[in-house]
Design a protein around this ligand. Structure first.
Ligand SMILES: NC(=O)c1ccc[n+]([C@@H]2O[C@H](COP(=O)([O-])OP(=O)(O)OC[C@H]3O[C@@H](n4cnc5c(N)ncnc54)[C@H](O)[C@@H]3O)[C@@H](O)[C@H]2O)c1
Length: 276
């Protein structure tokens, strides 16, 4: 299947985990991708491995100009922007709401929520002239129900679900679809602390807390993102696709994201590890 032949997609956080799996999927189906990420070494290595249908672009999604520049680069390098994946993320501020600082709140929201708003904004501007495009943002089961993540993460991911609906209402008129994917616990560097930084142990931990008894891997989430990006989803907009083995149907929430869980002291690349 070559669903992305001739297409050009920007993937924020594309150097690792779910973003990396998404980039690989786009390229394997004939598309081109800009890997827009903070992690230069990983991003450049992935672009070098995948060849001339990808390019790495260093970006901090908390900076509006960086997001706009990644989109401009995509258009210069590969032609009109057809897809945008707002995926970059951290765990961010952790701990009791009574102790969370406004600074930690602002930092987390800038990366998990504001950056998604700005990604939709600039992607829509770029896609408008073609009257066509698909935008997919990463929410989480923490964006569907409470108790699945730290407070600010939960608020930010609910915001992703909200802006997905709101932007879909406006942008449908100009041919742009806006959707989100809400993963449950997935084996990536973000969750690796669950298994003492051993991906195999992390997979076993996540499998043990999954209603299906298997670990969710980045490809399981990327398949949902690719579906929503592709013309297979041509009539789907404003939707959040939950990929969680049924956790948010009311199954017992996995224990690892309780407010004082050890993972939250370590996870995330730029999140605050402070509970002060
Ligand atoms: N892994 C999970 O269990 C899980 C569950 C639900 C939702 N998600 C969401 O999926 C998305 C991807 O997470 P992942 O699990 O693949 O994590 P990951 O840590 O493997 O990848 C995240 C990527 O985002 C990049 N990034 C972080 N801050 C950035 C910034 N300011 N600017 C640019 N890039 C930045 C990192 O460098 C990294 O490459 C995130 O939005 C996350 O919240 C993950």
């Amino acid at each position: 299947m070559r669903r992305f032949e001739g297409q050009c997609v920007v993937v924020t956080g594309g150097a690792s985990g779910i973003g990396e799996a998404t980039v690989r999927g786009i390229v394997s189906e004939g598309g081109s991708a800009v890997i827009a990420d903070l992690q230069e070494d990983r991003g450049r290595a992935l672009a070098a491995e995948l060849g001339n249908t990808t390019v790495f672009h260093p970006i901090d999604v908390s900076c509006e100009d960086d997001i706009a520049a990644a989109i401009t680069l995509a258009q210069t390098q590969f032609g009109p922007l057809t897809g945008m994946v707002n995926n970059a993320g951290i765990v961010g501020a952790i701990g009791s709401i009574m102790e969370t600082s406004a600074e930690d709140f602002d930092h987390t929201m800038a990366i998990l929520s504001r950056a998604v708003f700005l990604g939709i904004k600039h992607a829509a501007r770029a896609m408008k002239p073609q009257g066509r495009g698909a935008i997919v943002s990463l929410a989480s089961t923490a964006g569907i129900v409470g108790g699945q993540g730290p407070h600010v993460y939960t608020m930010a991911k609910h915001g992703v679900v909200g802006i997905t609906k709101s932007a879909a209402c406006e942008l449908a008129r100009i041919g742009i679809r806006v959707n989100a994917v809400a993963p449950g616990g997935t084996v990536t560097p973000m969750t690796n602390a669950l298994g003492d930084n051993n991906p195999q142990s992390t997979a076993e931990f996540i499998a043990a807390s999954s209603p299906l008894g298997i670990a969710c891997m980045p490809d399981d989430i990327a398949r949902g993102i690719l579906y929503l990006l592709s013309d297979d989803a041509r009539y789907t907009s404003g939707h959040t696709l939950v990929i969680d083995a049924g956790v948010t149907t009311g199954a017992e929430p996995p224990p690892f994201f309780s407010q004082d869980a050890d993972i939250l002291l370590h996870a995330g690349l730029r999140g605050s590890a402070s509970t002060e």
